[in-house]
Design a protein around this ligand. Structure first.
Ligand code: PEP
Ligand code: MN
Length: 342
């Protein structure tokens, strides 16, 4: 339920309503807009009849049910776009943000070279995996804490915030000491214990869509994080499993406008894991700019043929420079043509 307060509601009335929600056994979530204050009452649906009586409290304009199963993630709850802030980077604020780096952190030299290239080309956030979710237990599993240290050091050298994946609840505390953004990978999108744990973190979360999940399920996973108090979430469409085998996954480009309609959270695209082939990454990035995504996350490697994971989909430095040129060109056209990225 959303409890909409009157325009002239006093702070005392807001506090009273918040207390009333808590005493009724619900979690209050305050959303203070420019014009209006609304308070979400989140909890067991069975008690919602009782919540309707909030309409009689002083300062309350009306009580509106949120019809969607996800509440805090819905546009009904928050009309304005959420802007995720990481250092001086704003994701969801209209600018097209490029996150880039290798699939895995492999060595000091590899990370330094990647960091140098992506920074010079204009990427804003450096990626690199230290804990790798691999299909085979015999594949490279990541450098773990050593990798986190390398990533952080290169990020600091380049003046770039970093993003890396966390796979286990037990690793969250460690990963958040090194990483500016916590990535939840496709295989863990419905690891509810992990979602709750990162929901209690003060780091923004990059939540990737499960490869076999619906858009609604993605939003329900975001709801787990939001309901624990973390509102800094970036959603990522990274391709879903279909019958098509020409690409590693099928990029669901329509997920972007659908999500933009359903939620206030920023949405980015991962063209690397979606396609599995470096040669498709630039065309899909163009599509990401045009469709109104808030950014992309792209894999880059100085020598893809030597990469310990995902070499075939990793861009060489010269390909990444080209990608950035195209992004700049298209972002400009979009701004001029329609008055700013949606
Ligand atoms: C990754 O970004 O390194 C990764 C493993 O991605 P995904 O979870 O989308 O497969
Ligand atoms: Mn990868």
């Amino acid at each position: 339920m959303i409890i909409l307060l009157k325009k002239n509601a006093t702070q005392e009335q807001i506090d009273q309503v918040t207390e009333w929600i808590s005493s009724a056994g619900f979690k209050p979530h305050l959303s203070q807009g420019v014009e209006r204050t609304l308070i979400g009452a989140i909890g067991d649906d069975r008690g919602k009849i009782h919540l309707k009586s909030a309409a009689f409290l002083p300062g309350v304009e009306t009580v509106i049910p949120i019809l969607k199963p996800y509440k805090l993630a819905s546009r009904e709850f928050r009309e304005d776009d959420t802007v995720v802030r990481v250092g001086d980077v704003r994701i969801g604020g209209g600018e097209f943000i490029v996150m880039a780096g290798p699939c895995s952190v492999e060595s000091d030299e590899q990370m330094m070279e990647c960091g140098y290239v992506v920074k010079k080309a204009g990427a804003r956030i450096l990626r690199g995996g230290a804990y790798k979710p691999r299909t085979s237990p015999y594949s490279f599993q990541g450098m773990e804490e050593e990798g986190l240290k390398l990533l952080k050091r290169v990020g600091e050298k380049m003046g770039m915030p970093v993003v890396t994946e966390v796979m286990n609840t037990t690793d969250v505390d460690l990963v958040e000491t090194y990483s500016d953004i916590l990535q939840i990978g496709t295989r863990n999108m419905q690891n509810f214990a992990l979602l709750k744990k990162v929901g209690r973190s003060r780091r923004p979360v990059l939540l990737k869509r499960g490869m076999m999940t619906t858009i609604e399920e993605l939003l329900m996973s975001a709801e787990y994080i939001l309901s624990e108090g973390n509102e800094q979430i970036i959603l990522c469409e990274r391709g879903i499993r279909t019958f098509e085998t020409a690409t590693r996954n099928t990029l669901d480009i329509s997920a972007v406008p659908v999500l933009k309609e359903l939620t206030h959270l920023p949405v980015i695209i991962d063209p690397s894991h979606a396609s599995g082939h470096a040669r498709y990454v630039i065309p899909l990035t163009r599509a990401a700019v045009a469709v109104g995504a808030d950014g992309v996350i792209v894999e880059v490697h100085p020598e893809p043929e030597k990469a310990l994971s995902d070499g075939p989909q990793s861009l060489r430095p010269e390909q990444f420079y080209r990608l950035m040129d195209e992004v700049n060109l298209l972002a400009d056209v979009m701004r001029r043509g329609i008055g700013g990225l949606p």
